[in-house]
Design a protein around this ligand. Sequence first.
Ligand code: R2B
Ligand code: URA
Length: 302
Amino acid sequence: MRSSYSQRVASRVWSFTVQVKNPHLDTMEEDILYHFSLGTKTHNLPEMFGDIKFVCVGGSANRMRAFAQFIHQELQLPGNSEEIRDICEGTDRYCMYKVGPVLSISHGMGVPSISIMLHELIKLLHHAHCRDVVLFRIGTSGGVGLAPGTVVISSKAVDHSFHPQFEQVVLGKVITRSTELDEGLANELLQYSTELQDLPTVIGNTMCTHDFYEGQGRLDGALCSFSPEEKLEYLRKAHEAGVRNIEMESTVFAAMCRVCGLKGIVLCNALHSVWCRDVFVALQHRRLTVGQIFTCGTTFIH
Ligand code: R2B
Ligand code: URA
């Protein structure tokens, strides 16, 4: 029989606090989490969030509400899952739902959007004195040489040159941070996927781009500065470098989790293969994504 999550936590002797890496925070009288519409003076963050063990983040507000409702039903929590409240209702930047030990948050599209959310989330978990938190990005992506619907568990997030790094400009200078993810957790999830029916899953590198169109080699944007052959050559090189899917948030997600002592997992459904693209298949698989990700998330909690 598989051991429970808490047994696994105990056997790993986990006791990770969430570390903010900013000495200035200690000197501040109040910390306002602007884009969550929460603050240390206006809200009792330890009481509201102290028991959080899993944070699941994804791009779309509707999807993350649906995810929270699904978890609510899976955990058989009291009350009507239709009535779960958006904790961030004071702002329309992100939505946030708490269901038992699970926090479900939307992050919008692209590195700048998820990065703002992650700064405030990490501070929130720190102020709430949360321990042993695992952070999942559950998202959509374009597959590279994969059957549509395949789930990719990221071994690392890589940049446009296939390097496992995230470059952040700070005071006009580039700071480079590592984007390696937890190999043990990735293997654990892969193991679970073998127990589920019809859940093709692979571990691979996830390439994070700063654009959906030219940045991902698409020929159908408003601009296109390359030929179909050049596109295929780039994707072939990406595949050779271990890239199995492409999305737009994983590098900053991985980098910030690493620096702040959080276990981070990136789980994406490859909506379609960018080598054999079919918009209708992609749309059908959008529904499948949610189903598959639910299964992964809930299996992990059991
Ligand atoms: C996946 O899907 C979005 C683009 O359509 C982007 O946020 C991502 O990473
Ligand atoms: N998200 C992306 O960033 N790219 C895709 O191809 C699909 C979803």
